[in-house]
Design a protein around this ligand. Sequence first.
Ligand SMILES: NC(=O)C1=CN([C@@H]2O[C@H](COP(=O)(O)OP(=O)(O)OC[C@H]3O[C@@H](n4cnc5c(N)ncnc54)[C@H](O)[C@@H]3O)[C@@H](O)[C@H]2O)C=CC1
Ligand SMILES: O=C(O)[C@@H]1CCC=N1
Length: 277
Amino acid sequence: MFKFPSIAFIGGGNMANALVSGLLNQKCPSENLHVIEVADTLREQWSAKNISTSSTPDAGLTNKKVWIFAVKPQQMKEVVLACKPWLSSDTLVISIAAGISIGSLASWLGSDESPYQNVVRCMPNTPALVGAGVTGLAAPLGLSLQDRDTATNLLSAVGQTVWVEDDRAIDAVTALSGSGPAYVFLFIEALIQGGESLGLTAQQSKELALATLAGATKLASNSSEPPSTLRERVTSKGGTTAAALAVFQDSKFVHIVSEAMRAADLRAAELSKEFGA
Ligand SMILES: NC(=O)C1=CN([C@@H]2O[C@H](COP(=O)(O)OP(=O)(O)OC[C@H]3O[C@@H](n4cnc5c(N)ncnc54)[C@H](O)[C@@H]3O)[C@@H](O)[C@H]2O)C=CC1
Ligand SMILES: O=C(O)[C@@H]1CCC=N1
């Protein structure tokens, strides 16, 4: 069985909250967890959950086997450098920050000549809060198998994990599953509004929309057939679905989704330039 290491979260906001909830659900002892968070109100919330907290990095970090950076990309460099004095040669450093490359993390924690190797860059998503997240992970070639397994086990506490090749692939993961829940929520909002405009109540629309998404997702997951076949099976010739899909097609829905993802991918690359090494 996986033995949970001691873990420090640096940044105790939304995503740290989702990851810690998942770890606790997987029976990670709360004594193994520590959160460094600048906001007083959030520190109080962590204390109320029996998680130790502090406002700034200090020598206590040296004893933590894993550091998980969960601050905004804009703050990453400053925060990583503030923690660096307490880095041990075997600390596993995991970052969930969008756009911040493995190269930036490795050079901030080591140097340009000798980049720090025990680094994992990953991209979880907010369904982690309910144990249904998916996380893409990437690491430098020098990362040990043991650290790779540790990262996999920790992120598996909140859902599925998918290892990818490199930073560019993590930007793509960000554009798909990192930001993806927001696209899905937008679609849910649109279905609810559409239902209401056709005379259903808000409550009826919400129930129908959520069950439709959950049901279609389950069917697509359990089926050996591709989503396109499942779509065709709903679509009777000359029927209602065909009428609706024609509107999607006229509005270039597939192109819009692809362009939206391209914008997210591009933004990740910009964040890397603006806030990376
Ligand atoms: N929200 C999302 O859906 C996802 C976010 N991410 C990434 O996760 C990171 C965190 O995002 P969220 O949790 O949504 O943001 P958040 O704003 O909820 O959390 C960040 C926390 O860091 C704290 N903080 C700022 N400076 C600090 C410092 N010097 N020391 C300690 N704590 C400090 C803030 O007070 C805040 O509570 C970002 O880099 C984002 O790109 C990754 C996957 C999904
Ligand atoms: O919007 C963002 O930048 C972060 C990364 C993925 C989801 N939220």
